[in-house]
Design a protein around this ligand. Structure first.
Ligand SMILES: NC(=O)c1ccc[n+]([C@@H]2O[C@H](COP(=O)([O-])OP(=O)(O)OC[C@H]3O[C@@H](n4cnc5c(N)ncnc54)[C@H](OP(=O)(O)O)[C@@H]3O)[C@@H](O)[C@H]2O)c1
Length: 305
């Protein structure tokens, strides 16, 4: 059992029992799992679906691995297939030898990626895809402002927005400027040193907010009339403000979108950005934001072996 800085208890042991797949479920032998430290604060991490407390949850709900066994009625995948994707937030996570998932939550792993690279993709790429394509309906030729461009979600939001054909402006630390320009941003605003509301010339069609709070509050005035704003920031979930409630969403699993994303990764039009790969023993430190040798961009991944 581990206490994080956020005082949230969770379980990390290589000896967690191997679960049995029920009807419709798939058992995955996990090879690598992504880390989202804020997950420790999310409601399903500490509650069952019926609201009762969940004790010692296993974190990490995105993974890359191998199909180990199929529950009754599953015929979309075969044993031994390499897959990547999500599992249910209320289920035990993937920072373990095995986890359970559903066919609709996974897709065939991108062939050109290692398991560590593939594990860096599902939450970030799906969140960016659903925010830009499904919610904001970003169009070619539009301008988008992406807050938090160097984060695990932001690096995909920048790349997908460029793929759509939009002009990308992003906020990030100065040290990430060259990297984010290579990914496709035309303007990188150092949020520590510049006021983004003044640094942007004119208005934007879409804002994709991965930061929330005061950054979000100051963003609305940058939207063109009819512009669209989406926010994913954990800070936006508890808001009382109706327009923030309307702009907030939580990523959903999608076999179809994971398959499209895998194709783009194999074609090379999308890149997985792994910040650092840590061994299983260092996962608690990584959840506490203390992973060693971080570059400070993209996703921290745990290798399970
Ligand atoms: N709703 C959903 O479905 C969903 C899904 C995934 C994540 N999330 C949430 O979305 C947020 C981002 O997630 P993530 O995984 O991408 O986080 P992350 O990997 O930890 O990255 C956060 C990034 O934000 C940047 N940042 C911090 N303060 C900033 C500011 N004031 N302005 C601009 N950038 C700033 C940092 O950039 P520098 O290092 O360059 O300073 C950092 O790279 C979190 O709150 C997370 O909980 C929500």
């Amino acid at each position: 059992m581990v206490q994080t800085d956020a005082n949230a208890a969770f379980e990390l042991t290589k000896d967690a029992p191997k679960p049995n797949p029920g009807p419709g479920q798939i058992l995955i032998q996990v090879k690598a799992a992504g880390i989202t430290p804020t997950e420790l604060l999310w409601y399903p991490t500490h509650h069952q679906k019926d609201g009762s407390p969940r004790v010692a949850p296993i974190p990490g709900h995105e993974f890359s691995g191998i199909v180990e066994a199929l529950g009754e009625g599953v015929d979309a995948f075969r044993v031994g297939e390499e897959v990547y994707g999500l599992n249910d937030w209320f289920e035990e996570g993937a920072t373990a030898g095995y986890c359970l998932t559903l066919p609709a939550f996974i897709a065939t792993k991108p062939r050109r990626l290692s398991h560590e690279e593939a594990a860096a993709v599902p939450i970030g790429a799906l969140t960016a895809w659903q925010g830009l394509h499904d919610r904001a309906q970003l169009q070619s030729g539009e301008r988008v402002l992406i807050h938090g461009g160097s984060g695990a979600v932001g690096v995909f939001a920048i790349q997908l927005a460029r793929t759509i054909g939009a002009e990308v402006i992003t906020t990030a630390s100065k040290r990430n400027e060259a990297f984010l320009k290579e990914l496709g941003a035309t303007q990188v605003i150092d949020y520590k040193d510049e006021d983004f509301t003044k640094a942007i010339d004119g208005l934007v069609d879409v804002i994709f907010d991965g930061v929330g709070g005061e950054t979000l509050d100051r963003s609305w005035s940058l939207l063109k009339p009819g512009g669209r704003l989406v926010t994913i920031a954990a800070a936006s979930e508890e808001t009382a403000e109706q327009r923030v409630k309307d702009a907030f969403f939580i990523v959903e699993p999608s076999h179809y979108q994971l398959s499209r994303i895998a194709s783009q990764l194999d074609e090379g039009t999308l890149k997985a950005i792994v910040d650092v790969v840590v061994p299983f023993e260092e996962a608690p430190d990584a959840y506490a934001g203390k992973a060693k040798a971080r570059a400070g961009r993209g996703k921290v991944v745990v290798a399970i072996d």
